[in-house]
Ligand binder design. Structure first.
Ligand SMILES: [Zn+2]
Length: 397
């Protein structure tokens, strides 16, 4: 297959104004200047006037149980699983060819991943976290594994790995906006507990993802050796410098605070807690940006953050609204996200040998990031087209 004539945004810094991408099977075999007509292809897609870029990678989503609706919490497990799958599929149609589920009740994300991986269902590439880990009574204790002290935490990591997770979600590093009644700035796990999880996950070749809101919690996580801080709503200059020195990424997750404070469709207590946090959240992001912290995209949609799966690109719009260059925002969701997830040799940029995960967009995302919410006209994952709007069709294989 040949996609030709468009501006190719490779995802790792290079932009080819009149370029082409050649795909054989599931892989990219050529990326370069357009030399149309030189070879024969089963299919030629004319992308003239359009932009071709790598499939987006959202490193922090929730689809367990389907998009959040309090009425769905008590539905039977089978229906929860089907809702989870449908939610994951919406993210693919919206251009996210890879998502990391940051925790799901009943390990539903692991099973959705396996259904997609084995061809039982179609959907994005999923990295799953299963139930995740918190401390007794900690953030997300309603569904996460409760573990206290390094020994119990190691055991919880092993049990999650036994259930098949790709990533260990540590919910209990701090309280949360969604932890009703808890002080938002409160710490959770101590540094030695986080270090036990990081060490055990590393021994078992799994990723670690930390939910960290308050400053001391973020300090604990960084001293324990994490590669990224998710949320990080109360950063200061010192911690930002440490993040730069140690190459620790920030995943700012604007989704929930944006939704609660601006759209304001949520329980009053969530909105009230978010109103307290939002100004600090925005300032932390600006400080991280100014200090040169590596920013990676994670929308934290689904579950109780109310942005629905499929609205992932609103996160990029939020980052741009608060000072990021659109081009930088694109990289936060492509090559940089792939690096954080350990997938950069397969996805995140358009290069020969990589999997053919890509988008064609009828607009310039480097000028207007909003086109990634409204003007995606083709979504391909591993050489298979899942969405194509020019023909008026959305078709699935
Ligand atoms: Zn989350």
């Amino acid at each position: 297959m040949l996609i030709t004539g468009g501006t190719v945004v490779c995802g790792d810094g290079e932009i080819i104004p009149h370029g082409e991408v050649v795909i054989e099977g599931s892989r990219i075999v050529r990326v370069g200047d357009a030399r149309s007509g030189r070879r024969r292809h089963d299919r030629v897609i004319d992308a003239s006037g359009r932009f071709v870029l790598p499939g987006l990678i959202d490193t922090h989503v929730h689809f367990g149980g389907g998009d959040y609706d309090p009425l769905w919490e008590s539905v039977p497990l089978g229906l929860q699983a089907l809702r989870s799958l449908e939610a994951a599929q919406r993210s693919l149609l919206a251009g996210c060819t890879t998502v990391r589920s940051a925790g799901a009740q009943n390990h539903l994300d692991v099973d959705v991943r396996d259904a997609i991986r084995t061809g039982v269902a179609w959907g994005p590439r999923v990295l799953a976290s299963g139930r995740g880990i918190t401390h007794t009574g900690g953030h997300a204790h309603e569904f996460a594994i409760e573990a206290d002290g390094p020994g119990e935490i190691r055991k919880a990591v092993r049990s999650l790995v036994g259930r098949g997770v790709d990533s260990i979600k540590l919910f209990g590093v701090s309280a949360g906006v969604a932890t009703a009644g808890a002080d938002i700035g409160a710490e959770g796990f101590g540094a030695e507990e986080i270090a036990a999880a990081v060490n055990e996950a590393s021994r078992l070749h799994r990723l670690v993802q930390v939910h960290s809101i308050g400053l001391q919690a973020t300090r604990n996580a960084i001293s324990a050796g994490v590669l990224a801080v998710d949320h990080g709503h109360f950063l200061d200059e010192e911690i930002c410098s440490t993040m730069v020195e140690r190459n620790v990424c920030l995943v700012p997750t604007f989704g929930p605070t944006y939704y609660y404070t601006e759209v304001r469709v949520a329980e009053p207590w969530r909105i009230a807690r978010s109103d307290q946090v939002r100004p600090a959240h925005i300032e932390s992001f600006k400080l991280a940006l100014a200090t040169g912290v590596r920013i990676v995209m994670g929308s934290d949609l689904g579950y109780a953050s109310r942005m629905k799966n499929g609205e992932n690109a609103l996160e990029l719009a939020q980052m741009v609204k608060h000072g990021m260059e659109p081009e930088d925002a694109v990289y936060s969701a492509t090559h940089r996200a792939a690096e954080l997830l350990g997938l950069a040799s397969h996805v995140g940029s358009l290069r020969p040998g990589k999997l053919a995960d890509l988008l064609v967009v009828d607009g310039d995302p480097l000028l207007d990031i909003g086109v990634l919410s409204t003007k995606i006209c083709l979504v391909m994952r591993e050489g298979v087209v899942y969405r194509e709007d020019d023909s008026g069709n959305t078709f699935f294989q």
